[in-house]
Design a protein around this ligand. Structure first.
Ligand SMILES: Cc1cc2nc3c(=O)[nH]c(=O)nc-3n(C[C@H](O)[C@H](O)[C@H](O)COP(=O)(O)OP(=O)(O)OC[C@H]3O[C@@H](n4cnc5c(N)ncnc54)[C@H](O)[C@@H]3O)c2cc1C
Length: 361
C-alpha cells in the first residue's frame, strides 16, 4: 500500500465502484475506503427501464444515458467474463383508463418508438389486465451484487481497497491536497449513498432519501422470460426464482424489513398476476435510495474546499445513470471539462442562498 494517491473514494456502492473503475482505467492512482456494510446497491434490483411512472414518461436523458450504461456494462461483462447486464423485454400492465390514454399517446410518438414494441390485449389468463399490456423494449437489469463483488476483488488485487470505516476527523486539509490518516491524496470523493446526508461538508445538499423493500421468491412453476411491471415489478432471476419490489417510503428511513411492505408487494402481485405463486419468500430486504430533492444527482467539489468532492444522489436509477455520469465526472476531474448542469452541485451554491445559507459550509 502506497501513501500517495490521486483520488481517495469513500464508498464501494455502485457509484464509488464505477467511478473508481473509470478513473483507474484512465491511469489514475485510486484508493477505495468502504466499511463493507450492506449497501443500497447490493439490495437494489438493478432494473433499467426507459419509460416509467403513471404517465409512461420517457426519461428525458435516456437517449444518451442508456447507450452509455449498456456499453459500460457490456465491457465490464467481457472483462469479468460473465454477463452482468441481463436484457429482457418488459410487459407493462396498463392499470386504468388514464394510463391507457397515455399509452395511446406514447404509441403515436415517434420518439418513444425505440423503447416500445407493441400494445396488446392480455395474452392469456395469467394477468389481470383489462386495459391491456404495453410491451417495452431496451429494458433489463444489472446484476449489481456480482458486479460489485468482481470490482471489489479487482481493487483488492490491485492494492486499491481498504475495508474500514472512514471517520471525518481523520482528514487534514492543506492548500492543494488532503491527508487521510497518513495517506496523501489530491482529492477525496464521497460516494456514501444516503449517508452522504450526514457528511459534514455536504450535508447542505438537499438529499431526500427513500426507503425501499424487495422480496425474493422461489416459484415451483417455470417463470416467464420477461420482466413484468404493474406499478411494482417482477424480475425473473432464473427459471424458478424472482424478485419483486420495490416499495417507496419517505417517512421511515431505516433498513428494517417490515411485514406491511411484504403484504403490499405480495397483494399487488397476486392481483396483477394471480397464477404466479407467492408462498415461498426466500429473502426480504430493505435499504435506502440516495434520492435528492430535484431527482438529479450531486456531482462536484465543495465551494470552499475543492479537495473534497461528491459523486452521489443517484436515487432510484443508479444502474442507468451512474456510468455516463462517472465518465463526465472523470472528464471534469482530469480534463477540467464542465459538469452537466443538471447534476452539478453548483445549482445549489449559485442560487443566491448557496451553501453559505447552511451552517456546515
Ligand atoms: C430497495 C431498493 C431497490 C432499488 N432498485 C433499483 C433498481 O431497480 N434500479 C436502479 O437503478 N436502482 C435501484 N435502486 C437504487 C440504487 O440502489 C442506487 O441508485 C445506487 O445503488 C446507489 O449507489 P451508491 O453507491 O450511491 O450508494 P450505496 O450503494 O448505498 O453505497 C454507498 C457505500 O458507501 C459506504 N459508506 C458510506 N459511508 C461510509 C463511511 N463513512 N466509511 C466507509 N464506507 C462508507 C456504504 O457502506 C456503501 O457501501 C434501489 C434501491 C433500493 C434501496
Amino acid at each position: 500500500m502506497q501513501n500517495n494517491y490521486d483520488f481517495l473514494i469513500i464508498g464501494q456502492g455502485l457509484a464509488g465502484s464505477i467511478l473508481a473503475w473509470e478513473l483507474s482505467q484512465r491511469g489514475c492512482r485510486i484508493l477505495i475506503v468502504d466499511n463493507a456494510v450492506t449497501s443500497a446497491s447490493q439490495v437494489a434490483a438493478g432494473l433499467i427501464n426507459p419509460i416509467t411512472g403513471m404517465r409512461l414518461v420517457k426519461n428525458q436523458d435516456i437517449d444518451f444515458l442508456l447507450p452509455a450504461a449498456k456499453s459500460y456494462y457490456q465491457n465490464l461483462s467481457r472483462f469479468f467474463k460473465h454477463p452482468l447486464l441481463i436484457e429482457k423485454p418488459m410487459l407493462r400492465i396498463i392499470g386504468n383508463e388514464t394510463e391507457y390514454q397515455y399509452c395511446l399517446k406514447r404509441l403515436n410518438d415517434t420518439s418513444y418508438q425505440p423503447y416500445i414494441e407493441n400494445y396488446t390485449s392480455p395474452p392469456d389468463k395469467d394477468f389481470l389486465a383489462p386495459f391491456g399490456i404495453l410491451k417495452q423494449k431496451q429494458t433489463g437489469f444489472l446484476q449489481t451484487k456480482p458486479l460489485l463483488a468482481d470490482l471489489q476483488q479487482y481493487f483488492v488485487q490491485s492494492n486499491s481497497y481498504i475495508k474500514t470505516q472512514f471517520n471525518f476527523p481523520d482528514i487534514t486539509l492543506y492548500e492543494q491536497k488532503v491527508n487521510w490518516q497518513d495517506i496523501e491524496v489530491q482529492k477525496i470523493i464521497f460516494c456514501e449513498g444516503y449517508q452522504g446526508q450526514t457528511n459534514p461538508w455536504f450535508s447542505w445538499l438537499p438529499f431526500q432519501p427513500v426507503k425501499g423493500e424487495i422480496l425474493t421468491l422461489a416459484c415451483p412453476r417455470k417463470l416467464p422470460d420477461y420482466l413484468l411491471n404493474y406499478g411494482f415489478w417482477l424480475i425473473p432471476t432464473d427459471e424458478h426464482t424472482f424478485r419483486t419490489g420495490a416499495t417507496f417510503d419517505r417517512e421511515r428511513i431505516n433498513t428494517e424489513a417490515t411485514q406491511s411492505a411484504k403484504n403490499t408487494l405480495i397483494n399487488a402481485l397476486n392481483k396483477a398476476a394471480p397464477t404466479i405463486p407467492t408462498e415461498q419468500v426466500i429473502n426480504h430486504q430493505a435499504h435506502i435510495r440516495p434520492a435528492t430533492l430535484d431527482k438529479q444527482p450531486f456531482l462536484g467539489c465543495h465551494p470552499k474546499y475543492p479537495q473534497l468532492c461528491i459523486f452521489n444522489g443517484f436515487g432510484a436509477k443508479g444502474s442507468l445513470q451512474i456510468p455516463w455520469h462517472a465518465q463526465r465526472f472523470a472528464d471534469f476531474l482530469m480534463a477540467d471539462q464542465p459538469l452537466p448542469e443538471t447534476a452539478n452541485i453548483k445549482r445549489y451554491t449559485s442560487r443566491g442562498h448557496g451553501c453559505g445559507f447552511y451552517t456546515s459550509c
